[in-house]
Ligand binder design. Sequence first.
Ligand code: 5GP
Ligand code: ZN
Length: 217
Amino acid sequence: TFRGALLEYILHPEEHPSVVLRTTPHTVLIRDAFPKATVHLLLLPRSPAHYVLHPHDAFEDAEFLATMRAEAEVARGLAAKELERRVGAWSETNRKREEAKGRGVEEGVSGRDYGREVRVGVHAHPSMAHLHVHVVSRDMHSEKMKHRKHYNSFNTPFFVPLADYPLAENDVRRKTGFQNANLGKELVCWRCGEGFGNRFAELKRHLEGEFEKWRAE
Ligand code: 5GP
Ligand code: ZN
């Protein structure tokens, strides 16, 4: 992968039907090629004036920010539906049980709001050159989640929720040095808060158990 790889999806979305989920006049919604969680999408703005900017600068534009927030909420809804399909094994069991009692539960009426399990935001210092908003389920359960920096980039203040923009002028997340400070931090389970130091393999095993508990919530 190279730093400019996302531009291709913005310029020629129709040539990547397996990656592109949705296009609007303002954005292209794609699947992350190396998903760090069960559902991991990227929302790319199509405006050339904005897609070359660092997120901290791009989201200073209030109108642009409002558009991206609105499109991100649609993306969250799509991600939530997909998440329910992917992790709803428990719901499926539950549905069968309810049906056996003659009650019947309609699909998608599990009562769980999967949109709340989807996070929307950017990395304080992105590696890819073109502006992208992560739309990602919170589980961090993925074979592509292979390094401490992968995990910490979504589970420390290095992950900046879109809702936090525009950042204040003195916001620490604007500072250089913020990157290393967060990506090298000790590992902490997103669900129970248990610390794992730098023991990534142990965290991965722990996340297997957390994934099963989370999907059964
Ligand atoms: P960043 O750290 O820059 O916020 O995240 C960039 C994201 O882009 C990563 O999650 C990475 O997996 C994803 N990515 C990198 N190259 C490609 C690519 O060629 N295609 C797609 N669909 N995603 C990519
Ligand atoms: Zn835990």
